[in-house]
Structures are given as C-alpha cells and as structure tokens.
Design a protein around this ligand. Structure first.
Ligand code: B12
Length: 349
C-alpha cells in the first residue's frame, strides 16, 4: 500500500537535490552543452518550487492543485518568451528523475498528479482577461489608483482613496477589503503574465502600505475591549499587506493588536504571545508550500503557550476549507472580517 506521508517527506526533504538533477537534464546536453533552453539556475529554482508544490498537493490529496501550479509556471515562462512545449518537456524530465530516484512505493502515489498536470498542459492557455474592468465603485477606484501609480504619483493615488472615504463614497472596510486587494491582485496577475515589472509591483505595494497607514489615521479612535491579538505571516512568507489588513480590523474593533508583519520566526512569535498573554494568535501564509511552516509554527507556539487559541488564514488556505484541525489550529479564517468574528467567538468562550 503506497504511503503518501512517506512520499511527502521524501519530496520535501530532497526537493533541492531532485530539482538540481532535473535542471541539469533540461539544460545540459552531455555532447554539446545547452539542451532544452537557458539557464540552469532558473530551472533549478522552478523545479525546487514545483517539487514542493507537488508535496503540498499530495498532502492535500488534490492533483488539480499541482496542475494549477504547472499551468501557472507555463504561463509565467510563456510570458517571458519560452514556448509552451518547453514546460511539457521539463515536466517529463522531472517525472523521469522522480520515478528513477524514489522507491517504487513512494513513486506510485505521484502518477495521477503527473497525469493531471500533463493533461492540463495539453489544454490551450486561458485567454488572459482583465477582470478589473467592472463599473462598480471599488473596481473604478482600484483602476484609478493603479493608473495614477503608472504616472509615478504615489501620494495622489493614496489621496484618491482617502478622498473617496472622506466623501462617504466608500467605507473604510471597502477600502481595506475591496480597493487594496483588487489593485494588488491585478498587479500580481500583470506581473505573472509579464505585463508589469517587479519595480511596478514593488511601487504598488509600497503605496498600498502607505494607504493602509492613512486609512488607519482616518478611523475613529477605537474603544479598548481588553483583548489582545498577536498576528504574523509565517517564517519564509514575505507578503505582509494581507496580515496588516487583518490587524486593521482587530485594531478598529478595540483589540490590543500586535502585528509582526512578514516572515516572523516561530520562536519569537511564541515568546511575544507569552509576553503579552495574548487571547488569540493569527498565523498567515500566502503560498501552498508555506503550509508546513504554519504547522511547525503552531507547534512552537503551543510549546510555550499550551492552550493558545490560534487561527490560520491567508491565500495558502484558499480552497482548503477544514484544514485547521489537521494543522493543529482552532479555526481557519476565510477573510479578515471572518477572522474577527472567529476571534470574538473564541474570546467570548
Ligand atoms: C506584493 C507581492 C509580493 C511582494 C510582497 C511585499 C509585501 N510587503 O507584502 C514580494 C515581492 C515580496 C513578493 C514575493 C513573492 N511572490 Co508575491 N505577490 C505580491 C502580490 C502582487 C500582492 C500581495 C498582496 O498584498 N495582496 C493583497 C492582499 C490583501 O491579499 P492577500 O495577501 O491574499 O491577503 C488577503 C487574504 O489572503 C487574507 N489574509 C492574508 N494574510 C492573512 C493572515 C491571516 C492570519 C488571516 C486570518 C488572513 C489573511 O486577508 C487579506 C485581505 O483579504 C500578489 C498578488 C495577489 N494575488 O495577491 C503576489 C503573489 C502572491 N506572489 C506570488 C509569487 C509567486 C511570489 C514569489 C514566489 C515570486 C518569486 N519568484 O520570488 C515570491 C515569494 C516570496 C516569499 N517567500 O514569500 C504569486 C503566488 C502564486 C501562487 N499561489 O503560487 C502571486 C499570487 C502573484 C501571481 N499572480 O502569480 N510578492
């Protein structure tokens, strides 16, 4: 009987090594140098990520999750000038490396995952549609925010949204969960498809942080409710806007809110939780491959604070409802408002 846990562990612990072997197979031809295409380091990084994604999908028993990531990689490479069939070849090479390297009982559970990914690559790439083209206030504002940034005007972009709140066109919560995420998700898609540069994404993210600060200054002074929440993105996760939005909701609700932002070491999160005797800890992750770090982080926090209430959230858990128990958390929040509702329920007992 094939054990997925065994395969999962082998993939996670050897992703770098398997990735190196696969990268050398697609880039180096023993007879005359370069083979499929390009750069060894790029392929090594892509393979390592793909193997970790494969492990995460296997752990969730969800082969389409791996196919999604393969498709994502194909689209990113396509946008950067590599033909679609290059990824097909690269996937076949990875398949050979894992089949040859893993014991057969560890390889068997992976077969349907490679079949699903290969099938996905046979489908035509979806046309890249611009889904920030609605006529609602939030879409219009997110679009104006981004086009103002295109002209290099960060302060003006912030002022657009601040003005809309002042004039009661939108609420603070609309700005936090409507405008800001819409704009950043759009720029993320554009980056993925090669239509926005890393610099443009960084500029948008910087301005989003600036806007977040301004919005908080506009909010009425909250009445302290006596509860304390500590929150952070897990170690290795460099995205912080999402957790800062969650922090905004808790702060506006009157919680003492200690937000550590991105990439929080588990030990430090545990220690600060103990120091402030927090009622609630929230741990976020963005990428599927970061869920294992969340599991370890929860364990570390519980070693220091044994009965600590913990909520998990973030994009890594989208489409994965019901994962809280498996990770050792008390609950999983689907969005910032939901996190606050769950937090209130937990402290109310
Ligand atoms: C800005 C950005 C970055 C910046 C982050 C800077 C910063 N200070 O945050 C930088 C450049 C560091 C970055 C790096 C990478 N990124 Co990035 N990034 C983005 C981008 C464009 C915006 C992120 C964001 O702020 N979104 C807006 C917030 C509000 O949305 P959110 O994070 O999902 O948060 C919401 C919920 O998830 C939830 N939530 C979030 N956190 C938490 C926490 C808790 C506790 C709770 C309860 C809820 C919660 O509440 C929020 C509000 O609704 C996204 C695009 C996107 N779709 O989000 C890509 C995106 C997330 N990045 C992506 C990738 C691939 C990467 C890199 C791997 C790229 C690379 N090759 O280096 C690295 C990984 C770095 C790492 N180790 O973490 C992909 C992920 C694809 C995937 N699922 O595999 C995305 C989706 C881009 C894309 N369209 O392909 N990124």
């Amino acid at each position: 009987m094939a054990s997925t846990k065994f395969t999962f562990t082998l993939l996670r612990t050897s992703a770098r090594g398997f990735g190196a072997v696969a990268a050398s197979r697609v880039t180096v031809d023993p007879s005359d140098g370069v083979k499929v295409t390009g750069d060894y380091a790029m392929w090594h990084a892509h393979y390592e990520t793909l193997i970790l994604e494969l492990a995460a999908a296997l752990d969730d028993g969800n082969k389409e999750q791996f196919a999604d990531k393969v498709e994502w990689t194909r689209d990113a490479l396509n946008a950067r000038g590599l033909a679609s069939d290059v990824l097909k070849t690269a996937l076949e090479e990875l398949c050979v490396v894992l089949k040859d390297s893993l014991p057969s009982q560890a390889w068997t559970p992976l077969v349907p995952f490679f079949d699903a990914a290969s099938k996905r690559l046979d489908q035509q790439p979806a046309s890249s549609e611009d889904d920030l083209d609605g006529t609602g206030d939030l879409d219009v504002l997110a679009r104006d925010f981004l086009s103002t940034l295109e002209g290099g005007h960060s302060a003006k972009a912030v002022a657009l949204v601040v003005d809309a709140i002042r004039k009661d066109k939108i609420s603070i919560s609309d700005a936090l969960v409507g405008v800001l995420p819409r704009a950043l998700e759009y720029i993320g898609r554009q980056w993925h498809l090669g239509a926005a540069t890393v610099a443009e994404e960084h500029f948008a993210t910087q301005t989003a942080g600036r806007l977040l600060e301004q919005i908080m200054l506009m909010a009425p002074e909250p009445v302290a409710n006596g509860h304390t929440a500590v929150m952070a993105m897990v170690e290795g996760d460099n995205h912080d806007i999402g957790v800062r939005i969650v922090a905004a909701f808790f702060e506006l609700d009157g919680w003492k809110t200690i937000c550590l932002g991105a990439n929080a070491p588990a030990n430090d999160l545990a220690n600060i939780t103990q120091h402030f005797e927090a009622d609630l800890v929230l741990i976020g992750a963005t990428l599927n491959t970061q869920r294992e770090a969340v599991r370890r982080c929860i364990k570390t926090v519980r070693e220091v604070c044994p009965n600590q209430a913990i909520i998990v959230g973030g994009a890594a858990f989208t489409n994965l409802e019901g994962c809280a128990e498996d990770l050792g958390a008390n609950a999983q929040a689907l969005n910032p408002e939901h996190a606050l509702r769950l937090g209130r329920e937990i402290v109310a007992g």
